[in-house]
Design a binder for this molecule. Structure first.
Ligand code: SF4
Length: 386
């Protein structure tokens, strides 16, 4: 049964605006969807996000303010677009969140913001909201807090102390592309540099056993300014290596009415999906950037997964699943980290001889079959027997 949350009319209006715009601003994995039933009159501010370790969680996703001094060309909140602006006071936002949380409508908070009048003032307000939740309301649940580009070290440090996850959207793979997307933003110091601070603070806290954010993420706008997949994934690989990045998010560009990019075509969402799959290859499958199957334009194939494309080019000798080490299993299309672990556990007990066994272990056999041997026999040949 749905519970209706009663909020002050003024707060409801703010929620309608700042929840709606937050949902436009932030992308998640492709399965992301809004779930809105029964929550006041506002829409679009609760969404499913992936958890570390699997599963999803319902996050209350909201902006502290939709006022912004910047004019990023892809953004709904840009100061170049005339729209109603409003701001949550820290107390209002903390109370609203607690009300939703106590009624079990949401499992956590995702707090972002427009930037006004400057980075530090914006972060002060966001941190005041989170401090009220943690210190006054005693809220111990999940908080994802955006870092504002250019914020001072003390604010980044406080964010890492209070949140479970922090993120900063790089938006573009390098300064040249960023200048086309967001002419006011500076890549190296105010964005990458702040992520490096956060990464170091997370690392130190982990080493010293202190409570702090556990992970750092970022997001890219894909397809607005002609950047290649190669450029994006080069930066992602560097972020994994240098910043211990947990995950990169890819938001396929879609034009915003009245923005400078209003006439540009939307990007194909399959492109974002292929970028996610490539990021998993880098992060979880032991591939390195040089192995990714880019074409001459630096783009990934769209008609098959990057792992299938890699296997077509490189996996000429079939892999015996009864013997192959985990690293090699992970190179086979259709075998992921979980199914690789299940194969290793299963073959301690029995010989793997048929595709039905693999299917039961979670392998996508139609992709894996051409590349594997089962007890010395080509699985692709065996396919017709079952
Ligand atoms: S800084 Fe840019 S992306 Fe962020 S809210 Fe402002 S205009 Fe939008």
């Amino acid at each position: 049964m749905c519970t209706t949350i009663i909020l002050e009319p003024d707060i409801q209006q703010k929620l309608a605006i700042l929840g709606e715009e937050a949902s436009d601003e932030v992308a998640d994995v492709p399965a992301t969807q809004s779930i809105q039933q029964g929550i006041a009159h506002a829409t679009g501010f609760v969404y499913n996000a992936s958890r570390e370790g699997g599963g999803t969680t319902r996050l209350f996703k909201v902006l502290q303010t939709n006022a912004c001094r910047y004019a990023c060309k892809y953004c709904f909140t840009s100061c170049a677009i005339r729209r109603k602006r409003t701001t949550f006071k820290p107390d209002e936002l903390a109370t609203t969140f607690v009300s939703l949380s106590q009624r079990r409508r949401v499992d956590g908070l995702f707090l972002s913001s427009g930037i006004v009048p400057d980075a530090n003032t914006t972060m002060e307000k966001m941190l005041a909201t989170v401090e009220r939740l943690r210190l006054r309301e005693g809220y111990t649940g999940y908080i994802h807090l955006k870092l504002i580009p250019g914020a001072a070290f003390e604010y980044v440090e406080r964010a890492v102390q209070l949140a479970d996850r922090v993120s900063l959207n790089l938006e573009a793979p390098n300064q040249a592309r960023l200048s086309e997307l967001a002419p006011d933003k500076e890549f190296a110091g105010s964005m990458w540099g702040r992520m490096a601070w956060a990464a170091e603070l997370i690392r130190r806290a982990r080493q010293e056993g202190r409570t702090a954010a556990r992970s750092l993420t970022t997001q890219f706008v894909v397809g607005a300014v002609g950047e290649s997949d190669r450029e994006l994934l080069r930066t992602v690989q560097r972020a994994h290596r240098e910043l211990g990045l947990w995950r990169a998010y890819f938001s396929a560009f879609h034009p915003i009415d009245r923005s400078p990019f209003a006439e540009q075509p939307a990007e194909d969402p399959t492109r974002a999906l292929r970028l996610y799959q490539s990021d998993f290859m880098l992060r979880d499958y032991g591939f390195c950037y040089d192995e990714l199957p880019f074409d001459e334009q630096g783009l990934l194939p769209r008609d098959r997964t990057p792992k299938q494309a890699w296997a077509e080019r490189h996996l000429h000798t079939p892999i015996e699943l009864n013997r192959a080490p985990r690293q090699q299993l992970l190179k086979v299309p259709g075998i992921g980290p979980k199914s690789a672990d299940r194969i290793i556990a299963a073959r301690r007990e029995t010989r793997l001889r048929d595709l039905a066994q693999l299917r039961a272990l979670g392998v996508t056999t139609k992709w894996a079959a051409p590349y594997v041997l089962l007890d010395g026999r080509r699985a692709a040949v065996q396919l017709g027997l079952w």
